[in-house]
Design a protein around this ligand. Structure first.
Ligand SMILES: [Zn+2]
Length: 314
């Protein structure tokens, strides 16, 4: 989910640029990680399903390595001795590399063990939120039962259905007829509970997917931050389909996978689909979460590589 409103993108990016310009210079950290991994070694063991993934990876690597050598080997990422930490502040480029959107997170490393911390503040709307118990592609979305909020059926008006599900018209017709199962989050506390649940589920996806690649998984901490000024991102949460840039608005139709995808942007990963092609024909590796935010798409080794190497050369 990305560039759907170009004008907003430009406005947001310009604002972000202004904010970043005044950021203090980053402190260089001393370490013993070799930043010159040979290319064949770098590519070895990566699970590129297609040339497109490989091109995206190449673009990421080239972009971050132009001004400084920044190619640690995968094993090298975990083999340094000592304790380091860094607030990562970078930009990722959309739209042909014209504007940069912010990347912000905190990385800590202690003798082979990483902790990645991302704090997000949500601005909640005043009206009750309706949170469905199921997404339309998977069954294990169960915030309502977990939180003890009463599960009810809601009929959608034609307008609501169209608004919520315009991406899947075959679906909203059915949902409008049958009603949608879910629960209402009415108070701020209930909305916060929903936000925390969504982030913890996304955290679990990032953690579990990484177990395929290392026995030293990163301790991901995606937290809801109630205090606005302490958060790295401040995002509006809408009770309807109102998807926009990852840094400006999310909505209650987000599944944990969608949240994990948007967090990928906050951690500096690009979309791996092409914005201007017809929907569902724009993505040629449906197994990658940055291409397709529905299960069974997952995070790939090169996603983790891009996110972690910034500690050493961010
Ligand atoms: Zn996206």
């Amino acid at each position: 989910m990305g560039v759907s409103r170009i004008i907003v993108l430009l406005a947001v990016a310009l604002m972000a640029d202004t904010a970043m310009a005044s950021a203090p210079a980053r402190k260089k950290i001393d370490h013993d990680v070799n930043l010159s991994c040979p290319k064949h070694e770098l590519i070895r063991g990566q699970d590129f399903e297609s040339g497109v993934n490989r091109r995206f990876f190449g673009k990421h690597v080239a972009r971050d390595s132009v001004s400084r050598k920044c190619l640690p080997c995968w094993d090298g990422l975990f083999s340094a001795k000592g304790k380091y930490s860094r607030n990562i502040r970078a930009r990722q480029y959309y739209g042909g590399g014209i504007v940069g959107l912010p990347v912000r997170y905190r990385l800590e490393y202690d003798n082979g063990k990483y902790v990645l911390n991302l704090k997000i503040h949500f601005n909640f709307g005043k009206r009750p939120y309706f949170i469905t118990t199921k997404s339309y592609v998977q069954d294990d979305i169960d915030f309502c039962r977990m939180s003890g909020l009463p599960v009810v059926f809601r009929k959608l008006t034609k307008r609501q259905a169209a608004k919520k599900f315009f991406l899947r018209p075959w679906l909203w017709k059915k949902l409008r007829k049958d009603g949608v199962e879910g629960c209402y989050a009415r108070t701020k506390a209930e909305k916060e509970l929903y936000a925390k649940w969504l982030l913890k589920e996304a955290e679990r996806i990032w953690f579990v997917d990484m177990l395929r690649y290392t026995t030293q998984p990163v301790d991901f901490k995606f937290d809801y931050e109630p205090v606005r000024r302490k958060a790295r991102f401040k995002v509006n949460m809408y009770d309807s389909y109102f998807r926009n840039f990852y840094l400006s608005s999310w909505d209650t139709t987000f599944t944990p996978h969608a949240a994990a995808h948007e967090i990928g942007h906050m951690l500096g990963l690009n979309d791996e689909y092409y914005e201007f092609k017809p929907r569902n024909k724009d993505c040629d590796d449906m197994t990658s979460l940055m291409c397709n935010s529905d299960p069974p798409a997952r995070l790939k080794k090169y996603h983790y590589y891009i996110v972690l190497r910034r500690l050493w050369c961010g």
